[in-house]
Design a protein around this ligand. Structure first.
Ligand code: NAD
Length: 349
């Protein structure tokens, strides 16, 4: 991409949708998973910090920065479970990728869709090293905005082709079944979580509630399953009964952040967990036996967003689906910012 430095490529929602379709949704998920895996394998190269969260009564607004010394990225994201009642999304996001050398932005992108894609790609990446071999059936508890993305990533990366859906709102499960109709899954809509987890080797929990909830209780969790817990991602917001955590081998993205936000906020700080990057880099084992219960306690970490922005930036070379934003004031003489402003006055009048 040849470009003037003051003009920033901008991928709006429309262009993001065009980009995903041009690449193909499952191919996009696989490509994205590949970049996330590559970045997780060089984990020590990154600046890492638990995200900066601003909590309010109904939600949270968060900033998620990281850098590998060459590129810097951050995402703005919110989580407002009550929003859907007013026709608004629970989660919306946008993000920026910048050049560390100059500090200039290289890309501004919508990230509501991209977050759903990167969350699903990361979940499937984790499941590839944690789920029981040959797993083909997944229960999805919570059939909102993230659900179809999760299903497709698990199919693309693991070959999951049977889904058991449950949502407290049956219309959400129907929506998910409708959206996935053309993708060749065998889909069963279930009456309860208990019913949905029957026969599933993988259980994805992706509900939204700003409180401690018990979506899964201990009696629902049989030996050998993999739990992909997505929805508990804030202080005071969890999905699993603590007894399940005591029976599981727990894998997290970045432990200092997950201890604040994840299911493991219910455990002591000493409780052992493994960071996913250690498994992907061959420094720690994933699943150890067929009977082990594995838990990916996902909250979403800045490096996944960094990888996603990197993947989008690289994809724009082949698929130029962006517009240009005149985002940076850039006078010909760098110190004459005020002069540039003065000279602009007649043309604005
Ligand atoms: P959403 O509001 O679109 O969907 C949530 C669904 O959960 C709704 O259909 C709701 O009816 C259902 N639900 C609520 N309580 C339930 C229960 N007890 N049993 C069954 N279903 C229930 O939200 P979304 O965008 O799909 O996000 C879901 C959750 O995932 C949110 O909490 C969000 O913060 C989280 N999330 C996590 C990550 C991550 O990286 N880990 C990324 C994105 C979103």
């Amino acid at each position: 991409m040849n470009r003037r430095l003051n003009v920033v490529p901008f991928v709006d929602v429309d262009n993001m949708m065009k980009l995903v379709h041009a690449i193909g949704i499952e191919r996009f998920l696989v490509g994205l998973a590949h970049v996330i895996e590559a970045d997780f394998r060089r984990w020590p190269a990154f600046d890492k910090t638990a995200r900066v969260a601003s909590h309010s009564v109904d939600g949270v607004i968060e900033l998620m920065p990281t850098s590998d010394g060459t590129l810097y990225g951050f995402k703005y994201v919110n989580g407002h479970p009550k929003n859907t009642r007013d026709g608004l999304q629970t989660v919306t996001a946008f993000g920026v990728l910048c050049d560390v050398l100059t500090g200039y932005p290289l890309l501004l992108s919508e990230m509501t869709i991209l977050t759903a894609l990167r969350t699903a790609a990361t979940s499937a990446l984790a499941a590839r090293v944690l789920a029981p071999a040959g797993a083909r059936t997944m229960a999805i508890i919570g059939n909102g905005a993230q659900a179809e993305f999760q299903a497709l990533a698990f199919r693309a990366l693991l070959g999951v082709d049977r889904l058991r859906l449950y949502d407290v709102d049956p219309a959400a499960s129907e929506k998910t079944r409708r959206n996935l109709a053309g993708f060749g899954f065998g889909i069963t809509i279930c009456d309860s979580t208990q019913d949905a987890v029957m026969g599933a080797q993988i259980v994805t929990t992706v509900t939204a509630d700003k409180q401690y909830a018990t979506i899964l209780t201990d009696n629902m969790v049989g030996s050998g399953i993999h739990i992909n817990a997505i929805g508990g991602d804030c202080p005071g917001k969890t999905e699993l009964h603590a007894d399940i955590l005591h029976r599981s081998a727990i894998f997290v993205e970045y432990a200092p952040q997950t201890r604040i936000e994840g299911e493991i906020q219910q455990l002591t700080l000493e409780h052992p967990v493994t960071e996913l990057w250690e498994v992907l880099a061959g420094q720690a084992p994933g699943r150890r036996s067929a009977s082990q219960i594995t838990l990916f306690d996902s909250v979403g970490f800045a490096i996944e967003d960094f990888s996603a922005l990197r993947y989008v930036r690289d994809s724009l070379v082949r698929y130029p689906m962006f517009s240009e934003l005149d985002l940076l004031a850039d006078p010909d003489e760098p110190r004459d910012l005020f002069g540039m402003l003065l000279r602009a006055e007649p043309s604005l009048a």
